[in-house]
Design a protein around this ligand. Structure first.
Ligand SMILES: Nc1ncnc2c1ncn2[C@@H]1O[C@H](COP(=O)(O)OP(=O)(O)O)[C@@H](O)[C@H]1O
Ligand SMILES: CC(=O)N[C@@H](CCC(=O)OP(=O)(O)O)C(=O)O
Length: 299
């Protein structure tokens, strides 16, 4: 073998060896991946994300995908001649919008199933209605009625355990039922967080459309690679966290404080960001750690 080819082969072997302790650590463990934002719009990136999650499944992890599709819902709301309205990051959801959201989210779920099946792994897409997975109550935004937006009150993870036991890759969309069995739209970050807590996931990874959390959103050099829960709370109080990052960071704190071991915000625009985060010593994006967790666990 040529010297250059040999070096390339050795480099590949080293990558696999580097992955070994992570494969051991996460073997048979549940990893919840929240997939949304612009990494969902780009078809190439979508394939990379699905390849990553499928690989996790094939090496013995138990991934669960919780997906959004906010941009796709807005597209179809506009096509129907309506204007998408968001209040504090949540979509104002009247009856017609709820109907569109449910159709779009179910369609997104099936498109993800198709991509996973193409890679030879069995996947099933469900909504929070299935098996009584997500029970909700009507959510108000600072006292305002925002329609059929649900706040999760109860998670029954039995359906997820059953699917995992039969070796399916569960793909969940953020829709739930209230006590009157009316259909509600749920923020996908909230759904991922609630599910990760209910199954006591080893890891919850949010794939989004930014590098991670910035100390100062105007300064791209201020990316924070690790944050303890207390530091995250201080950051939220500093007023430097806005937009969709507000509920996301709150979800991260909630997950860590309720038994999820590791929470990560990752840049879904980077191809294979999940594999890079899980299988390499480098670590990318922002990790939110429990107070007891040693800092710099990547080193
Ligand atoms: N301090 C901050 N660090 C990072 N992102 C921030 C910050 N403050 C506000 N943001 C915004 O939060 C957005 C991520 O949330 P969101 O758009 O809801 O993601 P997704 O659609 O993936 O759920 C970023 O694109 C960014 O504009
Ligand atoms: C109540 C609420 O806002 N629901 C969201 C559900 C989808 C979502 O959260 O999608 P992303 O993760 O891609 O943003 C919505 O209708 O847009």
């Amino acid at each position: 073998m040529e010297e250059k080819n040999m070096a390339e082969v050795l480099e590949k072997a080293e990558v696999l060896i580097e992955a070994l302790p992570y494969i051991q650590r996460f073997n048979r463990k549940i990893i919840v991946v929240k997939y949304g934002g612009s990494a969902m719009i780009d078809e190439e990136l979508k394939k990379h994300v699905i390849q990553d999650v499928t690989l996790l499944k094939l090496v013995g992890f138990k991934p669960i995908i919780v997906h959004g599709g906010g941009k796709e819902i807005s597209k179809w709301v506009e096509k129907s001649g309506m204007e998408p309205v968001f209040i504090n990051g949540l979509r104002k959801t009247d009856e017609a919008t709820m109907e569109i959201a449910e159709m779009v989210l179910n369609r997104v779920g099936k498109s993800l199933v198709t991509l996973v099946e193409e890679l030879g792994v069995k996947a099933i897409s469900i909504s929070g209605k299935d098996g009584g997975l997500l029970k909700v109550q009507k959510k108000y935004s600072q006292g305002k009625d925002i329609g059929y937006v649900g706040e999760i009150t109860e998670v029954d993870p039995k359906i997820l355990y059953d699917l995992l036991e039969k070796d399916f890759l569960p793909i969940v969309c953020p829709i739930g039922l209230d006590e009157q069995f009316d259909t509600y739209n749920i923020n996908a970050d909230d759904a991922a967080c609630a599910i990760a807590k209910a199954v006591q996931a080893e890891k919850l990874a949010f794939l989004t459309d930014i590098e991670g959390v910035y100390k100062d959103p105007q300064d791209k050099n201020s990316l924070i690679s690790e944050l303890t829960v207390n530091e995250a709370k201080e950051l939220l109080a500093s007023g430097n966290i806005g937009g969709g990052m507000l509920p996301k960071l709150n979800s991260c704190i909630d997950a860590i404080m309720n038994g999820v071991s590791r929470v990560h915000i990752l840049d879904g625009r980077i191809a294979h960001c999940l594999l890079l985060e899980i299988f390499t010593n480098k670590g990318i994006g922002t990790a939110i750690l429990g107070e007891k967790e040693t800092k710099f666990y990547h080193e």
